[in-house]
Design a protein around this ligand. Sequence first.
Ligand SMILES: Nc1ncnc2c1ncn2[C@@H]1O[C@H](COP(=O)(O)OP(=O)(O)O)[C@@H](O)[C@H]1O
Ligand SMILES: [Mg+2]
Length: 550
Amino acid sequence: MLGGQPVIVLKEGTESTRGKTAHSNNIMAAKAVADAVRSTLGPKGMDKMLVDSMGDIVITNDGATILKELDIEHPAAKMVVEVAKTQDNECGDGTTSAVVLAGELLKKSETLIDQNVHPTVISNGFRLASHEAIRILKEIGFEVSATDKKTLKLIATTAMTGKGVGGERDILADIAVDAVTSVAEMRDGKHQADIDNIQVEKKHGGAVSDTKLIKGLVLDKERVHPRMPKVVKEAKVALVDSALEIKKTEVEAKIQIRDPNQMQKFLDEEEKTLKAMVEKVKKSGASVLICEKGIDDLAQHYLAKEGMYAIRRVKRSDMEKLAKATGAKIITNLDDLKSSELGYAAQVEEVKIADSDMTYVTGCKNPKAVSILIRGGTEHVVDEVERALHDALKVVAVAIEDGIAVPGGGAPEIELALRLRDFGQTVGGREQLAIEAFAEALEVIPWTLAENAGMDAIDVVIELKNAHNKKTGKSFGVNVLENRVSDMMVAKVIEPLRVKTQAIQSATEVASMILRIDDVIASKKSAPQERGPGGPPGMGGMGGMPPGMM
Ligand SMILES: Nc1ncnc2c1ncn2[C@@H]1O[C@H](COP(=O)(O)OP(=O)(O)O)[C@@H](O)[C@H]1O
Ligand SMILES: [Mg+2]
């Protein structure tokens, strides 16, 4: 109050929650997110069926996908979802683990807060523990060479376990390793593997085992005219990003024609223009034309007459991939089309897959161009294979780039839990409590793996700790397939180091961030607007419904 006048700082309707309430609300929300994905962790984890407001369903086991599909409101919960996204971008795998770990760190902090340990102290302790954990992980890790296809395959297989690809895991793992090793290269003395260079196409029909790696590019496009050749060998490829059509005027204009001759002249002129366009393509020496825009019917006819192979309306991203693969330049003005701008592919061919025709561009100038054509019984199967394959491609790429891996199955987490407790003693003070809580939180991974496999989690964790206390048991983890504790190196469960370090880093960051919030000031929500069926995507639940529909 200033001179009896209330000072209004925040807008009317603004909600503010402070101190302990803010803490427990945030922690509760974050834990709820972790609980939502917990049951999917590990090879024996369950799948989730998600139905969006439009009735579309997604069946998945992938943490990042589940959280992406959920319509999450609470700000703290949204922060946890971000962890999954970061993990997915950086490593392609370990999203569930990262979120579950973040939830567990917050759960353990709750207990500490109740014991009057200040959140800042907890946050500091967590940071110390996370640094030490990453140091230890690097120590546990073993080298993986970029050419060691056998180990890379195990890494791919581990990432795909439990992803509903079952028996085809083996084939898919081989494909993933072949694809990534083909695009991997040395840049500035470092291994780089950019999986964006691997083109992925999906076509349902057939079996998952029909999924193939193609040394070249696959385009979901058929040739524009049936009289064009089905196969072109030693193809000279022209890439054009403008239309082979007569331009329509922007303004509406009317031409009045009174004389039939005038009409004929008009059409002849159009024909001449299109013919001239095709001439230009032909003159460059091209035998294949790939166009980003449309090709007029008449132009298609002329192209066919010239014996050329042409496809149209190709995606920009595919045009760029084609340019990289064949060495062609993307041309806008047909006058610029010279033989020096053309690309090369040993073969361009139309191939019938299921009931659609696709164009295969193989034997490209750049051998690094590879594609994967995913097959499977239904669209949902194909989609889940795509997600599994994405994880596999990314982990193989990460393993090649970093050259270091660790055993999985909860082995590193147990080892860390034990060694962090020792580390805590060297730090002492209240931070020690936080470091111990951090160590305990890590045990949630083997615990949940065991739980989801129907094993007795307490017994498993105790047995694991005993094993890790011995010199020979450092890589013991939860063998969920045999329902026992065993050496993960022997069970061939291997993950890239980055999957673990990134998960620990981002889980710690989000937990510390949430812990340090003691005041949540939320503006008044704007009234829900009416949205038609074409409303923005991701507006699941009841939020998108007009009033009166609930
Ligand atoms: N065959 C296996 N036996 C035991 N644990 C496994 C096996 N394959 C994978 N895991 C473990 O499962 C966990 C990953 O589960 P997953 O459901 O893929 O979640 P995330 O989204 O975290 O990758 C990792 O801890 C990994 O080591
Ligand atoms: Mg995984």
